[in-house]
Design a protein around this ligand. Structure first.
Ligand SMILES: Cc1cc2nc3c(=O)[nH]c(=O)nc-3n(C[C@H](O)[C@H](O)[C@H](O)COP(=O)(O)OP(=O)(O)OC[C@H]3O[C@@H](n4cnc5c(N)ncnc54)[C@H](O)[C@@H]3O)c2cc1C
Length: 488
């Protein structure tokens, strides 16, 4: 069959590779001048930065992907150890080991006796949850009736506890407020607020500790390059700078896509564009009205404000560092509340990879700094293009870091600021939201836009569709879609 894939993000490339390996005739059309979507790269003066993901979890999902499309990729994965250094508002520092067996002792040492046992109980519970809703849910397409049947079958609703929020779970199981902040942060992995995210999202923490935190040597962007290479080996035609302006629907089923220079016929279209863009802009009005309406009701996930810092000198330390604020709730109110505003005192995440491939020489190092931010919304929210805002806020983030014991201001050779508006321009993600819609509400995490659209022949991959955002889930969405389309 002739397959057109809209978008060369990880989801689009993974779907293209899988469908080509199944014998289909596949073309990818990407509006940007480069591949990879949010898995971007920025280069300047010998520095190279990953502009999107810095943490890879569930690496076996990518092993499966490459195995199914021709064999292992030429990528070296290194464990990140410690997985992360956390600095809490009271100044406590916790280095979370890569090895889960070492976590309880590290917690007891940093936070006091009992913290390790509390974490172990949570980890065991989340492990049971992973058995129930991990592979069974994430590796297959899911519809509302499926979910109902599935939850009846579980017989262990108490474990899934769809009525409980991630915050509620933390409050019940983690006596130490610092550990609760640590758990809350996992809601942001799906761009959501822990007070509204179902507790099932605790599997995110489990996955990171059980399967480990990983780094792709040379930078995570290497994954996008490997996927592009695999597509090309399989004969996929990848067209960069080729925006899809619309999806053609004829006699109730998909007929192809429309480019600036005319239509491209296809039997199957796979969209890696954000689901909201697909339903609001690419499909003709009057098609798939129900899916469109239900998406309109869902809130957008959070976006990110990014600083790329070219630093003078090197001070190697943990690759991943999180600096928590005193008032985490104020951050969620600012980013996902009714009156969005840049967070005054944000959690700051630093990725400081000690990787010679990313620096010009050993006299400098590059840091990626990320804080949660409201999506770009000049009408009802924050206008990230407002003159001076981005630079002022960048200064603010560096001052916050300094106040938390990490002052790099006199080491900055230059900095590159990337706002949610920039991410929107680069990847066409509405407002620069990172994860499509937020996972708020009992079934939200499990009921994202379906991989099979209501239009026969049209499928959705990528982070805005089921099973969700983040590299491994996006790769799983491609596995699901290739399964739905089937062999040529
Ligand atoms: C700052 C940041 C940090 C992150 N950190 C992590 C992390 O540490 N770990 C992790 O696992 N994940 C992380 N993520 C999330 C991860 O990057 C995404 O979930 C994943 O890359 C999304 O892939 P995708 O294919 O769904 O979408 P995208 O990467 O958004 O790709 C969609 C592509 O479709 C193209 N497109 C859209 N519309 C059209 C059109 N009409 N015509 C043609 N092309 C079109 C876009 O240009 C884009 O290239 C992070 C993301 C960001 C932005």
């Amino acid at each position: 069959m002739r397959v057109v894939v809209v978008g060369a993000g990880v989801g689009g490339l993974a779907a293209a590779a899988r469908l080509a390996a199944l014998g289909h005739d596949v073309a990818v059309h990407e509006r940007a001048a480069t591949h990879g979507g949010k898995l971007g790269r920025y280069r300047r003066d010998g520095f190279a930065f990953d502009t999107g993901p810095s943490l890879l979890t569930l690496p076996h999902v990518f092993d499966d992907l490459f195995a199914a499309t021709g064999g292992p990729a030429d990528l070296v994965l290194d464990p990140v150890d410690p997985a992360c250094r956390y600095r809490f508002a009271d100044g406590t520092v916790l280095d979370l080991p890569h090895d889960p067996a070492a976590v309880p002792a590290a917690l007891d040492a940093a936070l006091g006796p009992g913290a390790g046992a509390a974490w172990s109980a949570l980890h065991a519970r989340s492990g049971r949850l992973w058995q129930l809703v991990g592979e069974p849910v994430l590796r297959r397409p899911l519809t509302a009736p499926d979910l109902l049947r599935f939850s009846r079958r579980l017989g262990d609703l108490r474990t899934v506890a769809p009525w409980r929020t991630l915050r509620g779970l933390g409050t019940a199981m983690l006596p130490d407020p610092r550990l609760r902040a640590w758990l809350d942060r996992y809601a942001t992995y799906s761009g959501s607020d822990p007070r509204r995210t179902p507790s099932v999202l605790s599997v995110t923490a489990y996955v990171e500790q059980h399967f480990g935190a990983w780094y792709v040597r040379g930078g995570l962007r290497g994954l996008a390059d490997a996927l592009l290479g695999r597509c090309r080996e399989l004969g996929v035609a990848v067209h960069l700078g080729s925006e899809v302006l619309g999806i053609e629907v004829r006699d109730g089923r998909v007929a192809g896509v429309r480019l600036g220079d005319g239509p491209v016929p296809a039997d199957v279209v796979v969209s890696d564009a954000d689901a909201a863009v697909l339903y609001e802009r690419l499909l003709p009005a009057g098609v798939a009205g129900r899916a469109r309406r239900s998406l309109r009701r869902a809130p957008r996930s959070l976006a990110g404000f990014v600083l790329l810092l070219a630093l003078q000198g090197r001070e190697p330390g943990p690759a991943h560092r999180v600096f928590f604020p005193a008032d985490y709730d104020a951050e969620f109110d600012a980013v996902l509340g009714g009156r969005p505003t840049p967070v005054a005192d944000p959690t700051v995440y630093v990725h400081a990879p000690d990787d010679p491939a990313l620096r010009p020489d050993d006299r400098g190092e590059g840091w990626f700094v990320l804080v949660n931010a409201p999506p770009h919304d000049p009408v009802r929210g924050v206008d990230w293009d407002a003159p001076g805002l981005a630079e002022r806020y960048a200064d603010r983030v560096l001052a916050v870091l300094a106040a938390r014991g990490c002052d790099v201001r006199d080491r900055v050779r230059w900095r590159e600021v990337r706002t949610p508006a920039d991410l929107e321009r680069d990847t066409a993600s509405p407002g620069g939201s990172i994860y499509g819609t937020a996972s708020h509400g009992a079934a939200a995490a499990l009921l994202r836009p379906a991989n099979r659209s209501p239009v026969p022949g049209l499928y959705l991959v990528g982070g805005s569709a089921h099973p969700g955002g983040g590299l491994p889930l996006v790769a799983l969405s491609a596995e699901i879609v290739s399964g739905l389309v089937g062999p040529a």
